[in-house]
Design a protein around this ligand. Structure first.
Ligand SMILES: O=C[C@H](O)COP(=O)(O)O
Length: 251
């Protein structure tokens, strides 16, 4: 399982760089503009320059409206600025067809510029609170639009977690559907260390985290702490060893 960490700007990205050996992807976002809030192109560029070259940089394009042209242009901005994972939060899409239309436009814009970039179609575990597409529709939206990964995050950051809205057995189905379509499955949403056992067992490819590696567990007021990134990775490694050894869930 890969660890994706979301700093809110260049200073925090430098803290991520200090913990670079413990993480896999640096994800540029602007949390004060939403769960998948988009940051400025120059911030993506500065962060790309600040983190080790072997660490891919991801960028969120926003909690986007159902406006394929607008979103495609924003996605191109992210890839031109140096991101190689492009994450789109389908906040304003109320049907799978709308999600596919937006994602097809994004995939074309991104891959015309950089064919090897990975496009991530993200939905929300708490979709019922905002009226967007159902979490289990994401793998099909991603597959039918030519994206590379399906993701879930939480839209409302009020302390509720991924598993509060989409329990582990449904997340497992999300992963199964993603893999059946040849996609990576990414999961996030106030994920804590105690969630890593189930996330490992269901075969999650990427876990996205912010709050759990911020001071005081506070994704807004706290700042990313390199020692918390290291501790989070240590628990991931522990869970992965347990899983490989076939240790039952309760131990
Ligand atoms: O993509 C990952 C998100 O930034 C997760 O943030 P969170 O762990 O604070 O919910």
């Amino acid at each position: 399982m890969l660890l994706l960490i979301s700093p809110d700007g260049v200073e925090e990205a430098l803290d991520c760089a200090k913990a670079a050996e413990h993480l896999d992807i640096v994800d540029v976002k602007k949390p004060d503009e939403g769960s998948l809030g988009a940051n400025f192109p120059w911030v993506i560029r500065e962060i790309r320059d600040a983190v080790p070259a072997d660490k891919p940089v991801s960028a969120t394009v926003g909690d986007v409206p159902y406006k394929p042209g607008t979103v495609a242009q924003a996605a191109l901005g992210a890839v031109v600025s140096g991101a190689t994972y492009i994450k789109v939060g389908l906040y304003g899409c109320t049907t799978p067809d709308q999600g596919i239309e937006v994602m097809r436009a994004v995939v074309r814009a991104v891959k015309d510029h950089r064919p090897e970039a990975l496009v991530v179609a993200s939905g929300y575990a708490d979709a019922h609170r905002i009226g967007c597409v159902n979490p289990l529709a994401l793998p099909d939206i991603a597959a039918r639009s030519g994206a590379d990964a399906a993701m879930l995050d939480t839209a409302v950051k009020d302390g509720t977690r991924l598993f509060d809205h989409v329990p582990p057995d449904v997340c497992s189905e999300f992963v199964r559907l993603s893999h059946a379509s040849g996609l990576l499955a990414a999961l996030a949403g106030s994920v804590g260390r105690s969630d890593l056992g189930p996330l490992t067992r269901i075969g999650t490819d990427i876990v996205g985290v912010r709050g759990a590696v911020c001071e005081g567990g506070d994704r807004n007021a706290g700042r990313i702490q390199p020692h918390l990134v290291a501790a989070f990775r240590a628990e991931m490694d522990h869970q992965s060893r347990k899983h490989a050894a076939g240790v039952p869930a309760a131990n």
